[in-house]
Structures are given as structure tokens and as C-alpha cells.
Design a protein around this ligand. Sequence first.
Ligand SMILES: [Zn+2]
Length: 227
Amino acid sequence: MHVADRLTQLEPTNQEEVSMGMLLSKLDRSMVKYLREDCEVLVNVDAAHLGSLDRGIIHVGCPDCDQFVDIMRHYEKMFRQNGHHGPRLHPLCLNGGPILIPEESPLNTAELPQGKILMHNIGQAYIMKAISTVALYAHAPCGAATAAGLSIFQVIDLLVQAKTAVKAKWPLLKVACFLHVDKGADGKKTYHVSRDRWVNLNKSTCWLPEPEMEEPKPPEAVHSLEQ
Ligand SMILES: [Zn+2]
């Protein structure tokens, strides 16, 4: 079933279900750790990742109300560290954010090509506001990505494809990818996503999920089988 069809069948979630359901899965937590510590695809953010902040940033992100303020605070910190009074941001926010941009994204349909709409708006912002830096800001856990059944790996892959698409259309734009991760009790953190390291990662062998271990049989059961 396509994600758009699945969404129409969902009941609005209550607050308890939101907080229960929107935690990073154990597998996604392991993936984030692996991509950070073993592969360095996810690295700490440095203002250099965005180049000059003088003209501001076109922010392409998800409007998730539980994460938006934290992401804006992160921008404010980056701008202030670079001697600016505050951020100059042009936010373009649709549910899912930059992972909508690739044409093959499962979040798009022929009737609802949200990626094209985002691309159109990036072009407008570039011309109207003369901002030549784009931050593609995905996040996890993301309701739109979860509804589409996407893992962290798939989100990062779509994010990197989005950068490729934006650079292909506007080669002079500076484009950087970020992943905001809400780790629940362990806090929230934004990582820079290295496109080069992601592209060079051997996807076929880099990630082997831990096999499901069978529960050991109790000694009594083993004993009774031997009789
Ligand atoms: Zn989201």
C-alpha cells in the first residue's frame, strides 16, 4: 500500500501515542551509532559545513512541532558563533522535509509531487532573497518517514539524493545535509551528513543487523527431552 493511502487510514494520534510511537527504534539507534562511530557518515556540525552565513540559509526541513524549536536554536547558535546577531532563515517546511525531493521518494505521488513543489520554492528563494546556501535538514524519528516505513539508512539515502538533485539544478548553490536525531532521554543532536562518505560506503556489507537470538531452553526442558 502506498504511504499516501496508508495515511488516509490512520486515526489522529493522541499525545500518549505520539510520545510512545515516535521514539527511535533499537535498530535505528544502532544505525545512528554505527554511522557516527564506525563510518563517520554522521559528524559533529561545524559552521564551515554551511560556508558563509552572511546572506542567510534556505532551510528545507520537516515542520515537526516537537523538533522545530530545537532545530531553530541550533541555527541561532551557529549564526551567533559566526558573529551574527541571529539567524537569517528562509524556512521551507513540508512533512518529511528534504526526503521529498528525490523523484522516486515514496513520499511523492503523481497527484502530490511534493518534491517538485519544494524544488520550485528553493529556486524562488534563491532568486527572491539572494540566498545561496541551502541546508537540507532531515530528522529522526520522523512521522512522515515512519509512515512510509523508511529506516534511517533509507532516510539518509534520500537526503543525499536530494543534495545531488539540488546541486544538479543549481550548481552554484552551497548545499549541506543534516540529520537531527531525537534520542529521547539522551537528548537531541544535529549531525552533519557527509555525502562523500555515504556514497563511498559499501552498502552491501556495511550493515549486518544482529541476528535474532533464540531464547535458551530451560535446563528442565532439555533434561526431559533426553529421557
Ligand atoms: Zn518529520
